[in-house]
Design a protein around this ligand. Structure first.
Ligand SMILES: Nc1ncnc2c1ncn2[C@@H]1O[C@H](COP(=O)(O)OP(=O)(O)OP(=O)(O)O)[C@@H](O)[C@H]1O
Length: 305
């Protein structure tokens, strides 16, 4: 199948397990977020899916090529933007790209016009013959992205693609990523920038050595609804009453505001009844979505238990 299919993938380094039991699929045309804290195994997973590391267990195919046995075809099909741009400072942008075109044994007559499209898109046109050592961090990052796209990859792995970019450049890159997906490519985005993930990704996997969550982004954000409640006086004094409810709730208070994280919407009337019974004068209660960051942090906290 095209896209990505991962089944029971694991990687161990000696006695240390970097990731295990990973199973997920990513479809063509999808921007898929791979999230997790530092050391969660994102890079290790991406390295296995791009043919740079052999899995210890499990199987994965990328655009139909097995990561175990078809490394060469795999490397021709995937584009990988790593955290370090890995460009040669003493070479010009054009020379850097030509070097990469040669390395991939591509026809320059096809690859260079493709590079030019992205150089133009990223505002690097006219700068091709300047040494990369004189480029700003943002220009280097954009050039690294051009290099990632030069062989017309069907599956693209992007590790923090907008890191170090100013807001305008970051938007240009995000728009380019979204467009690459509409062309039917498969994109995996590793990012700690959850706002960016919310903007770009249709589905996400949260990992921490293993899969903690795999869901459409909307579903994850709605996974726990919240209730924003305003009471008269100090909200904190109602915490003990809420703690008596038969379901455990995460409660945040600030002044007269309570934010009560629900695990199901049917809990809302019980929460309000509990507050009123405890003597609260409730001025307002508004359903709210939990921001992705909140859901993400809770998943990570639970994953550590
Ligand atoms: N070559 C290696 N040898 C030994 N251990 C490794 C190797 N590569 C990764 N690890 C370990 O595997 C675990 C996962 O690391 P990985 O780099 O995949 O995490 P990550 O999610 O990409 O982190 P970050 O967000 O910091 O980039 C870590 O404990 C790391 O120390």
């Amino acid at each position: 199948m095209s896209g990505i299919r991962v089944q029971g993938l694991a990687k161990r380094f000696g006695s240390r397990t970097a990731v295990e039991g990973l199973s997920f699929e990513v479809h063509p045309g999808e921007v898929f977020g791979l999230l997790g804290p530092n050391g969660a195994g994102k890079t290790t997973t991406v390295r296995m899916l791009t043919g740079l590391l052999q899995p210890s267990e499990g199987e994965a195919s990328v655009w139909g090529f097995s990561v175990r046995t078809q490394g060469e075809q795999l490397r021709r099909t995937v584009g990988l933007l790593t955290e370090q741009p890995g460009l040669y400072d003493r070479l010009t942008a054009r020379e850097n790209l030509r070097f990469f075109i040669k390395l991939h044994e591509l026809e320059e007559s096809a690859a260079w016009p493709r590079a030019q499209i992205y150089l133009r898109r990223f505002g690097l046109e006219g700068r091709e013959d300047e040494p990369v050592g004189s480029f700003s961090k943002g220009m280097r990052q954009k050039l690294a992205i051009v290099r990632t796209l030069v062989h017309d990859p069907k599956v693209i792995f992007l590790d923090e693609p907008t890191s170090g970019l100013d807001p305008e450049s970051a938007r240009t890159v995000r728009d380019a990523v979204a467009e690459l997906a509409t062309e039917g490519r498969t994109i995996v985005l590793c990012s700690h920038n959850l706002a960016e993930v919310e903007r770009l990704c249709s589905r996400v996997a949260v990992i921490q050595g293993r899969l903690l969550a795999l869901a459409p982004l909307g579903e994850l954000r709605h996974a726990g609804l919240a209730l924003d409640i305003r009471v008269e006086g100090e909200a904190e004094r109602f915490r003990p009453a809420l703690a008596q409810l038969p379901f455990a709730l995460n409660v945040l208070t600030e002044g007269s505001q309570l934010k009560v994280m629900l695990t199901e919407s049917a809990q809302a009337p019980d929460v309000l009844a509990c507050l009123v019974t405890a003597g609260a004068r409730v001025h307002s209660a508004v359903p709210a979505h939990r921001p992705l960051e909140e859901v993400y942090l809770e998943l990570i906290r639970q994953g550590r238990v």
